[in-house]
Design a protein around this ligand. Sequence first.
Ligand code: AMP
Ligand code: GLY
Length: 426
Amino acid sequence: MKVLVIGSGGREHALVWAIRNSRRVDEVVCAPGNGGIASAARCVAVSQKDLGDLLRVVAAEKPDLTVVGPELPLSLGLVDEMRRRSIPVFGPTRAAAMLETSKAFAKRFLQRHNIPTAAYAVCTSQQEAHDSMDLFHAPVVVKADGLAAGKGVFICQSKREALDAVAGLFSGELLGAVERSVVIEEFLEGEEVSFLLLSDGKHVVPLVAAQDHKRIGEGDKGPNTGGMGAYSTDNIVDDKMREWLLNHVAQPTIDGMAAEDAPFVGVLYVGLMMTARGPVVLEFNARFGDPETQAILVRLESDLVEGLEACVEGRLSETEFRWRPGASACVIASSEGYPGTYATGKAITGLIETFPGVQVFHSGTTLVEGEYLTSGGRVLGVTAAAGNLESALGLAYDALAKIHFDGMYYRRDIGHRALRSKHGLL
Ligand code: AMP
Ligand code: GLY
């Protein structure tokens, strides 16, 4: 069969890699892809912001299955349009993707279905935000309602700072676009966990849990990024906790969306804070996480395509997933200056060498006359699976030591929380 992957990051490179490993697949196409993906799939140009262009590629390629990586095409209604044309596609409709595309919708949904989440207020004016602020203690979190590519969350140390953030969102000064509603939220403390699950709209299958490292600096210091590394171990979420999360978070979310006539088919990323009062949902994403996907997929032993097809065809309950025991780690190499401004076009050396047990997934590269050049803030995700976290990290860092580009930066402490706590994360 022929599979089309939409997207251009490290997540998509990992998806292409896992899809190619499927015995059922003989052709993988990626739109638009990147330099690294080009060595594993045929890449075709597309504008990911343009629904018409995306549909043109689908019509030209006639894939047996399409897998949508990023949120933007979901929010444009790509899945709705493809379903209308009876073209098999893995991903949620625009209505189901609202779990990610509107934080106000997600918060109200969580409350309606009694799924644990932080106390909140949705405000549509500064006056309303001003009045609601009395209900919160500092620090307090302010969030843009709509998609903001990871830039829409402000952790404010005082109510004054929070009201300034609200004003900046309403005026458009903070994100460029004018927000029509903002969410004010209780600040939560604890360990963050990325709990991803597949769903066919009814049934739920969890993937192995992962933890991201959002801050640029070691020790989780400095500004937020798209994610500087991730790891997965069996201890992040043990069997008992997984059962609890399935019964109290995952299944109620899928059942709630079905009951509201927006069945969720695809991968649901549940961002959790493990607090003193138990797990609390911080956010939903309607797609695979990046870089969690890189760390998760290198642990998958069964056939990814069979799982994705089972979601699309509504028969997930018949599908079995097998995972490699142990651990995995993905360390992101980024461009100097990221998440601020950075230069691109730097030559990357060391990539022709193969590193046993290691997959180098490209996030932001181009291939020009046989040479890989940097083209993004996050450039590479060096990923390994092994019997334990120390070994997985060792493999990834040994490979990184042999890779170079001008201004290359990576955190040397990926997995530090798990390494510190001998009995797992929590
Ligand atoms: P989000 O885009 O909602 O995942 O938020 C981005 C990051 O902000 C999360 O990964 C957390 O690190 C942090 N964050 C979001 N909401 C809260 C909260 N209520 N309390 C503490 N930290 C939060
Ligand atoms: N790693 C966080 C995300 O994909 O949103």
